[in-house]
Write a protein that binds this ligand. Structure first.
Ligand code: ADP
Ligand code: MG
Length: 696
């Protein structure tokens, strides 16, 4: 089978191919994320209305949706311009006035003839004690009461799209839904008492009760599982392919590692030791390594990376360490160079800045194997960079790279083992849905001797006091970062820019002690500014978020963040992680511009109250969603329509185990169940999985 299975064609045709969906509706539906009939199926009702028939509207509260049988007593044409047409009726106990604006009399006389009985359904309004119903949703003759559903699904709507049109469109899409082969394990399906796919859709779109709208209702749970299963099949396929790829056996003798560890002056944390061992074991195996090293800011990932790179060198090969920015690449070089020298390892840097003869000579040394470990930006992976014997590629701060780049890289290095590092603590649900293709090492322990960072929320009104305290701190010999959200104020007038703040702080504290660094500066200037701050020449560094990731200046002990309210939690946590790295007590001031919104207050107080990166990440995920947590570059994030990874993590874990088990038995999805699973992949457009199977 290659290409989308024919059985799915009707679900991927134009919306106008559906009965009752005209060009107008077809133009509105995309506002709801509905592009094809398939999307209508997965666009489940968000609520339901009870329309069971009652005897009377008597005693019901205003706003109740009600269905009653009435007898038509009298018609009253509008008494003036802009007045409604009124029809007085009575149910078994009381009168009910039906109201229409802008309706033709002939139409209403025909719909509700004098003296006849009808069943109406709509929203009850009480007007000066009188029961009214404006524009009933349903008017039917009594023996057609079955046309009114007992419980009617409520769909998300968009301007111009009526309730009826939405229901009709979904109904037509349901009519087109084929019976599909079952991709869920039969025994599991039976145990869960879940319906088959098509039955599940029918049930989910025809709820009978509020219980049917719950996430754990059988129909909805099944459809959620389908989404998880497809997602996990994709990741498991990627993982299986990596694992099948021939790796190289890279076994060190520990000699270089020992030299470095002996001279550190401190002991590795248990987590560092364990992670280093996990990585060494992967390097020593003949499978290709594809591992994520996850650790909160300051947990010491760089050292683990370096020790791993040394294994490659011990084995006679080379390693590469790629950082997302020039500043970070330089900083890695500077912090690792002394260790490398002690061990007699040649470490060098390659960035976009190297040109001409320097670049040519570095490239030659890399190709000859003269350079053991190459540090750099993405320049290290340019086409003309060839290694003598590359064994390990470490990618730092990978949340700056998109999912796709990660996959490209995995594909590129062939037998090269890959270690990616991230400082974003990744909640379990997110790790499962996004990194299920990788093995995971976690640095869940920080090096000892860190003093907690004291965090305070300060209103920007207190600016002068903050400056006064900062001046004193500088006199006391402390160093501070001052972070602003923007480089200059060309775009957003209301925010303080780094350039402006730089000028103001210079005026207040003296020209020599204040430096500036931002992403739009030429690289030499950036380096110079970082260098001046690292060496202690400048005492205050005004910066944009270029310093967010990984910058390490242990002597800096004050972090001031302006407009803290506009930053995300994870980002603030990263920024704060720049201080508290030395023995000195550190302070973080979150300057906000009042009034603070409710969510702003919640975020900033959470940050004030905890330094636990995992807790912060969980909260951030709950408040902002996965895309924001992992950074905008993470474009390949799965978006579930029905499933919810945070609240249905157990189901997600089952889906992962199930996907892996299926692929172990049937790696190419050729069995009956495998073929059914392919249909699911097509149905849910898992293009990546289909490419891995060689059919997409
Ligand atoms: P991360 O990249 O995980 O945020 P770093 O690798 O920058 O953290 O390490 C932060 C600081 O902690 C560095 O100055 C590093 O030298 C130091 N460090 C790393 N491991 C240890 C350890 N086991 N004990 C003490 N200090 C450590
Ligand atoms: Mg780091």
């Amino acid at each position: 089978m290659s290409g989308r299975p024919q059985i799915l064609f009707p679900l991927f045709s134009a919306l106008t191919s559906l009965d009752g969906v005209g060009p107008k509706t077809a133009q509105l539906l995309p506002n709801l994320g509905v592009e094809k009939p398939r999307d209508l199926l997965f666009n489940l009702p968000e609520g339901g209305i009870d329309r069971r028939k009652r005897d009377s509207v008597q005693g019901l509260p205003d706003g109740t949706t009600v269905t009653v049988e009435i007898e038509i007593l009298s018609h009253h044409a509008p008494s003036g311009k802009g007045r409604p047409y009124r029809i007085v009726t009575q149910d078994s106990q009381t009168t009910l006035t039906l109201i229409w604006f802008h309706a033709r009399a002939a139409y209403l006389e025909n719909l509700l003839p004098l003296g006849a009985r009808r069943v109406v359904s709509g929203k009850l309004e009480l007007f000066e004690g009188h029961a009214q119903m404006a524009h009933p949703d349903y008017v039917v003759v009594p023996d057609q009461v079955a046309d009114i559903p007992d419980y009617e699904p409520v769909y998300p709507l968009t301007a111009g799209l009526t309730r009826k049109a939405a229901i009709k469109a979904v109904g037509s899409a349901l009519d087109k839904a084929p019976d599909l082969p079952e991709w869920i394990d039969a025994e599991f399906l039976r145990r869960k008492e879940w319906p088959a796919w098509r039955d599940a859709l029918q049930a989910a779109h025809h709820p009978q009760h509020t219980d049917d709208l719950a996430r754990n209702a059988p129909a909805r749970a099944r459809l959620a599982y389908d989404e998880f299963f497809a997602n996990q099949l994709t990741l498991s396929l990627a993982r299986a392919r990596v694992r099948r790829a021939q790796g190289r056996v890279t076994r060190g003798d520990g000699s270089l590692q020992r030299k470095v560890v002996d001279r550190l002056g401190y002991a590795l944390t248990g987590a560092q030791l364990r992670s280093a061992q996990e990585i060494a074991a992967d390097l020593a195996s003949d499978r290709k390594m594809y591992r994520l090293l996850q650790g909160d800011v300051g947990s010491g990932k760089t050292l683990v990376a370096f020790l791993s790179l040394l294994v490659a060198v011990e084995a006679g090969g080379q390693g590469v360490l790629m950082a997302p920015t020039e500043i970070l690449a330089r900083q890695h070089l500077e912090s690792l160079q002394p260790l490398a020298q002690d061990a007699g390892v040649r470490l060098d840097i390659l960035t976009g800045r190297d040109g001409g003869a320097t670049r040519a000579s570095k490239l030659k040394d890399v190709a000859d194997g003269q350079i053991d470990v190459l540090v750099g930006t993405h320049a290290v992976f340019q086409a003309d960079v060839t290694f003598h014997d590359l064994r390990l590629a470490v990618i730092d701060e990978q949340h700056r790279f998109g999912v796709q780049q990660r996959l490209d890289l995995g594909a590129k290095g062939q037998a090269t083992d890959v270690l990616v590092m991230t400082a974003t603590p990744i909640p379990r649900s997110l790790a499962l849905t996004n990194f299920g293709d990788m093995d995971l090492s976690v640095l869940d322990e920080k090096p000892p001797g860190r003093t907690p960072v004291e965090t305070a929320l300060v209103s920007a009104d207190k600016f002068d006091q903050v400056i006064a305290r900062l001046r004193q701190a500088v006199i006391d010999g402390r160093q501070a970062y001052w972070v602003c959200p923007l480089v200059d104020d060309s775009e957003t007038r209301d925010l303080v820019s780094a350039e402006d703040r730089f000028k103001r702080l210079r005026a207040a504290l003296g020209d020599e002690v204040v430096g500036l660094v931002h992403g739009q500066m030429p690289t030499e200037q950036k380096d110079a500014a970082m260098e001046a701050f690292t060496s202690g020449k400048t005492r205050v560094l005004v910066a944009t978020t270029v310093i967010e990731v990984g910058v390490n200046v242990p002597s800096a002990s004050i972090m001031i963040i302006e407009h803290a309210e506009i930053f995300g939690l994870a980002q603030l946590h990263q920024l704060r992680g720049r201080v508290g790295r030395g023995a000195e007590k550190s302070t973080c001031l979150l300057l906000y511009h009042p009034p603070l919104s409710q969510s702003g207050t919640r975020r900033l107080t959470l940050l004030r109250d905890t330094e636990d990166g995992f807790r912060i990440a969980e909260e951030d995920l709950a408040m902002r969603g996965a895309g924001d947590l992992l950074g905008t570059a993470q474009s390949g994030l799965p978006r579930f329509r029905i499933a919810d990874a945070e609240s249905q993590t157990a189901l997600l874990v089952t889906a992962r185990d199930d996907a892996r088990a299926l692929l172990t038995r049937d790696p190419d999805l050729k069995s009956d169940r495998g073929e059914a699973a392919r249909t699911l992949l097509w149905l849910l457009e898992q293009d990546r999985a289909l490419r891995l199977l060689g059919v997409g």
